[in-house]
Design a protein around this ligand. Sequence first.
Ligand code: GRF
Length: 197
Amino acid sequence: KRVAILISGGGSNMVRLIESMTGDHPARPVIVGSNDPQAGGLEKARALGVPAFAVDHRAYKGDRVAFEAALLEPLLAAEPDILCLAGFMRVLTPGFVARFKGRMLNIHPSLLPKYPGLHTHQRALEAGDAEAGATVHLVTPELDAGPVLGQVRVPVMPDDTAETLAARVLVEEHRLYPAVLRRFAAGDPRPVMLDRR
Ligand code: GRF
């Protein structure tokens, strides 16, 4: 299976995904794309031997469809079977999502369906939640709402800030996403439910 990955920033999840696709893994990374030409993850992808490109969303001044058309060109040229969003921070139109129906994954830093959208850790802390975590789900036109492919839970500590909680969750994201991708690429429908080691 050919895997494309979209990022917006440092791409720590993207790095783990690429590093996981070796040996008898049923998938291989073929392209990395970003909406930000300054994304630190672009160089990391190239250093790992994966071609990487950027389409600056700011050049399309809110014309989401035009931005997506520009993004799609190099993306489709790589003929991906699976598209992984990894720290990708642009909302995609239903038209874009439809092109990858059933084969676009996203990782979201909360235990969906709790806290779709932004500032998930701050919201979990304000709610006094005892645990937090991350979810990998299939992308559907509704934001952060598709079928869950995997989750990982971490405890919330009494002195946690949004930053300390985010750091603890991110470590587990790096375990969860590769595990989900491997199962998904192998056609194994069982969700991956992890608890922190
Ligand atoms: C992280 O907060 C992660 O939870 C979310 O995007 C952010 C950056 O991820 N998916 P990455 O380091 O760019 O993969």
